[in-house]
Design a binder for this molecule. Structure first.
Ligand code: SF4
Length: 299
């Protein structure tokens, strides 16, 4: 298991099973805390072949250099990061996706998660990624006509892709929650259970330049649904969203960029994918950029 040291104790993590153990009886001196965030999301490319109205991915063309990215993963791994989440844009449109996943699997102890719309997955892609990806998150906002209106792709085809992905990878569904999708939550949870998804991640819509974000009324409806949901699929919600819900926070002292950071497709590290604050990753590497970001955040 990989070990990580932080303000909450010693964190052990097994990427092949997803098992986490926290030994919180141990007090770790500050100078021994792991320097890297626990998780880092990485937008490999801004390119996407869908055009969802609530998309927050920047629309200018950009993608990361593979050698640079592999170097950053080595740095993060050595400094105690537990996992990277590749997204975009659509990560399956990144030409060397299989290479970067293989690098993470073979040269590091990082867990690799992919967030995808799912429509480009076929037997060939699965064969190239098998063994190098530990968890797949498929974006499914609503079912049937709701899904097809929002994503402009066939819902039946999506179900075929879920079957294919689920045959080779542990996976979960991501659902943006807004006025268009909140009434479909029960059906999305049933879809997740039917296809054997391990988790349903709720993403209350964040405001962007094009959208206002989730309203208070829809948020209350979502919270009511969560409280009444009997299972069987595990529910999760965007980090930071706690209003009205009791959520498990297993590492309460590990906050901010000590917990999570995002690298956008231009190679800028940010506190989150929505944040305008950021530091370009230069020749001195990603840990140096994270240090500058932490100083910027506390200034
Ligand atoms: S699939 Fe994702 S990246 Fe592509 S347009 Fe939709 S929300 Fe944006």
């Amino acid at each position: 298991m990989k070990r990580r040291f932080g303000p909450d104790g010693v964190h052990l993590f097994d990427r092949s099973t997803g098992l986490n153990m926290l030994i919180d009886e141990v007090r770790i001196p500050r100078h021994q805390w792991s320097a890297a965030p626990r998780q880092v999301s990485i937008a490999l490319t801004n390119t996407c072949d869908l055009a969802c109205s609530y998309c927050y991915a920047p629309k200018h063309r950009a993608q990361l250099s593979t050698p640079q990215l592999c170097h950053w993963m080595d740095e993060l791994d050595g400094a105690g990061c537990l996992g990277v989440g590749f997204g975009g844009g659509e990560p399956t449109l990144y030409g060397r996706l299989a290479d970067v996943c293989a690098h993470a699997a073979e040269r590091t102890q990082l867990a690799v998660t992919l967030t995808t719309h799912g429509h480009r997955w076929d037997a060939e892609l699965i064969a190239r990624l098998r063994g190098a990806v530990h968890f797949v998150r498929v974006s499914v906002d609503g079912v049937g006509a709701t899904y097809e209106r929002l994503r402009r792709r066939s819902f039946e085809t999506l179900r075929e892709r879920l079957e294919l992905i689920g045959s080779s990878f542990a996976f979960g569904l991501n659902c943006v929650v807004n006025a268009d999708t909140v009434d479909d939550l029960t059906a999305v949870a049933e879809l997740a259970a039917w296809h054997g998804a391990a988790e349903l991640l709720l993403l209350p819509e964040s405001p962007t330049v094009r959208t206002t974000g989730i309203t208070a009324r829809v948020a209350a409806q979502m919270e009511e649904w969560v409280l009444a949901y009997p299972g069987p699929v595990r529910l999760a919600i965007s980090e930071g969203w706690t209003a009205g819900l009791t959520v498990a926070i297993p590492l309460p002292r590990e906050a901010g960029t000590r917990s999570y950071a995002h690298v956008d497709a231009t190679g800028t590290v940010r506190p989150s994918s929505y944040s305008t604050a950021g530091q370009a990753i230069g020749a001195d590497g990603i840990l140096a950029a994270l240090e500058r970001l932490a100083a910027q955040e506390s200034a």
